[in-house]
Structures are given as structure tokens and as C-alpha cells.
Design a binder for this molecule. Structure first.
Ligand SMILES: Cc1cc2nc3c(=O)[nH]c(=O)nc-3n(C[C@H](O)[C@H](O)[C@H](O)COP(=O)(O)OP(=O)(O)OC[C@H]3O[C@@H](n4cnc5c(N)ncnc54)[C@H](O)[C@@H]3O)c2cc1C
Length: 334
């Protein structure tokens, strides 16, 4: 399906600087970018071969926290901006976002607490409430994003704004020559193949979703020597994870891994014992030593890359979308 003209006419489309932009990727990153580009008045088409729910974005827990994110000088501002926007959106229950209290367990006395700069009111966790082996912990209230609700809401919101969607596999950004003035590559783990970037690698994760009898408190114990462990209660379920297998492309949930996840999660939160399993999933965090968010030269069309967010693609989504908008060249400058 080729890219068409916008869904409806908008005066902004005649404004100087207006562009026809194709965003490759309908995960949380592509949708957030499309949303903001459209608000800037561009004609935007999201081109993707899988809906968000069937991408790794549909596997995310998702808690606002910079787990295994690539480095960037802009990381702190992306964290801050995304958190502000999630907090604003949380006022609308339809978004699936709730602000929830929980604990980050630390097992290293030099644990990186830079993320707390964005969290007003965070404080030391009480030592008596931490698991054995923990050296400290941080109590914080952060956005918990129930992805099934959030991705549906975001897709709906994009459609309401006039973003177009085309179901299609792109083999090279050159496929879009003549159909767009600019391409944004937000294709998650498969972005590397589109831009000949061999520095992107998977960090496999696995989760199991349990029925939620009414828990709200989350906990993360990422440096647990038995394996990364987190429990994230959402509206309808509780997400228990996980693993962080660097270089594995296996997207099938493994039963033995699930057993071990449940054992670790239950030792953190005994109330999980015996709760019915609702579903399970595995996914590949699109990791890179540095997030790639920049203009890419060497293509007939101007290209902006936005990928490599590792285990923090949801957490960084709105901040990165804003930076993508800033990188769209003014008309005639490209
Ligand atoms: C178990 C697990 C738990 C996680 N928990 C969290 C969390 O709590 N908080 C958090 O912030 N992050 C979390 N993450 C990480 C988060 O899920 C990812 O960083 C994020 O979803 C990446 O989003 P994306 O839009 O870049 O990619 P994806 O969601 O993978 O979307 C990629 C899109 O690109 C499209 N596409 C790709 N290639 C092509 C092509 N050639 N042609 C057409 N379309 C193409 C796909 O169809 C899809 O629509 C977790 C990940 C896992 C695995």
C-alpha cells in the first residue's frame, strides 16, 4: 500500500516548513513520533508491518525507568520530558497510565541514581523492607503504563489527529522515494537492517502476567544475582519478569525461565503465590551502547534515525519524539 495524501485537509499543511513524513514503525516510538510530528502540522504516515500490540512495545511492563537504555547526552532531558507528559496524560483514565509508588532495590552501593533527578519526592527505602542481599533502595512514585490500554489510546489519538497508517514491509528507506519528503526510522530491533547499522543487538526479556487481586506497589530488583526480577501491578494484571539475555533472538517464552521468574517474584512479594497465570511473552529489547537519534546522511531522502532504546523505549518515548521534531529540517534546507 503506497502512502497517500493526508486523511483530511488541514491549513497547517500549507504552512511554510510543512513536510510529508513517513515514520517506519508503529511501536511506542513510531506512534509517539507520529503524534508529535502531526501536532507540528506535518502530513504523517506510519508505515509498519506489525501493529504495536504485536511488537516488543506490546511486551513492555511498562514502568517509567531507564533500564538498560543506551547512553546519550540528552538522556536526562528525555527522561524528564517523558515523565512530565505521562503524568499529564495520567489525568485521562483512557490512556492506561497510573502514577504508582514502588521500590527500586539496589545491590551495589554505587548504584546509579541519576534517574531520581526527575522524580520529585523520592526517598530512601527502609532497610527492613528490602530483600536479603540489598544494600539500599529508593522509594518513588512513577508512571506505570498499562500497554494494552496505552497503545490503543495512542493509535486512536494519532488517527484522530489525521495520522495515516499503511501496513507494509519496507526493505530499504529508498522504497519511500517519491512518496515522502522525509523518513523517520523508528523500527525498533529491525532499524539496523534499514540503515546498515550493525551496532544494534537484542537483550531478550521474558514476562509472565498474573491475575491482579488488587496490588498496586511495584518493585524492581535488577541486579538480583539469581536474575533480573521485577513485579509491576497494572490495572488488570501483574507483570512479573524477567531476564536480560544479551544476543538472544529467541521470542518464545521458556517454561523453565518462567518457573524461575515466578519463584524470584514470589520471594519478593509472597502475595503472588498461587495467582492464576493469564498470559506470557518474550521480546527483544532493541539495545545499542548509545541511543541513535540523529539525521542520517547518504540517502536521497532526508532520514532521521530513532532507535536503540533498550529496556527503556516507553520511558524515553515522548522526550525522543520531541527531539525528532526538532531535527526536521526547515523547508529548503535539507
Ligand atoms: C520483557 C520486556 C519488558 C520491558 N519493559 C519495559 C518497561 O517497563 N519500560 C520501558 O520503558 N521499556 C520496557 N521495555 C522496552 C520497550 O519494550 C522497548 O524499548 C520499546 O517497546 C521499543 O519500541 P519501538 O517502537 O522502538 O520498537 P517496536 O515496539 O519493536 O516496534 C517496531 C515497529 O517497527 C515495525 N517495523 C520494523 N521493521 C520494519 C520494516 N522493515 N518495515 C515495516 N515495518 C517495520 C514493526 O512492524 C513495528 O511496528 C521492555 C521490553 C521487554 C522485552
Amino acid at each position: 500500500m503506497a502512502i497517500h495524501s493526508p486523511a483530511r485537509h488541514d491549513d497547517r499543511e500549507n504552512a511554510p516548513g510543512h513536510r510529508r513524513i513517513a515514520v517506519i514503525g508503529a511501536g511506542v516510538m513510531g506512534l509517539s513520533i507520529a503524534h508529535d510530528l502531526r501536532l507540528h502540522g506535518h502530513t504523517v504516515t506510519v508505515v509498519a508491518d506489525r501493529p504495536a500490540a504485536d511488537s516488543v512495545s506490546g511486551v513492555a511492563a511498562a514502568i517509567w525507568f531507564p533500564y538498560r537504555s543506551g547512553a546519550s547526552p540528552l538522556l536526562a532531558s528525555w527522561l524528564q520530558r517523558s515523565k512530565e507528559r505521562f503524568e499529564h496524560l495520567a489525568a485521562d483514565p483512557a490512556t492506561g497510565i497510573d502514577l504508582r509508588a514502588g521500590t527500586v532495590v539496589e545491590r551495589d552501593e554505587h548504584a546509579d541514581r541519576s534517574w531520581t533527578a526527575a522524580v520529585v519526592g523520592h526517598r530512601e527505602a527502609e532497610a527492613a523492607k528490602l530483600p536479603p542481599g540489598a544494600v539500599a533502595g529508593v522509594r518513588a512514585t512513577v508512571p506505570v503504563i498499562a500497554m494494552p490500554y496505552y497503545l490503543s489510546w495512542l493509535h486512536r489519538r494519532c488517527t484522530e489527529l489525521g495520522v495515516r497508517f499503511a501496513r507494509r514491509t519496507i526493505s530499504s528507506v529508498g522504497d519511500l522515494d517519491g512518496e515522502a519528503d522525509l523518513v523517520v526510522v523508528a523500527a525498533g530491533m529491525r532499524s539496523g537492517a534499514l540503515l546498515d547499522d550493525h551496532t544494534l543487538y537484542p537483550i531478550r526479556g521474558q514476562i509472565v502476567r498474573l491475575a491482579n487481586p488488587g496490588l498496586t506497589e511495584w518493585i524492581t530488583d535488577d541486579d538480583n544475582p539469581a536474575g533480573v526480577t521485577y513485579v509491576v501491578p497494572r490495572r488488570d494484571d501483574i507483570v512479573c519478569g524477567g531476564v536480560a539475555e544479551v544476543g538472544s533472538y529467541d521470542t518464545e517464552p521458556d517454561p523453565e525461565t518462567e518457573r524461575a521468574i515466578l519463584e524470584r517474584a514470589t520471594s519478593l512479594i509472597p502475595a503472588l503465590k498461587g495467582l492464576p497465570v493469564l498470559s506470557r511473552a518474550a521480546g527483544l529489547r532493541p539495545a545499542r551502547d548509545t541511543v541513535r537519534l540523529e539525521r542520517v546522511e547518504g540517502h536521497p531522502l532526508p532520514v532521521i534515525a530513532c532507535y536503540g532504546h533498550g529496556g527503556a523505549g516507553v520511558t524515553l518515548s515522548w522526550g525522543c519524539a520531541e527531539t525528532v521534531c526538532d531535527l526536521v529540517p526547515a523547508q529548503g534546507v535539507a
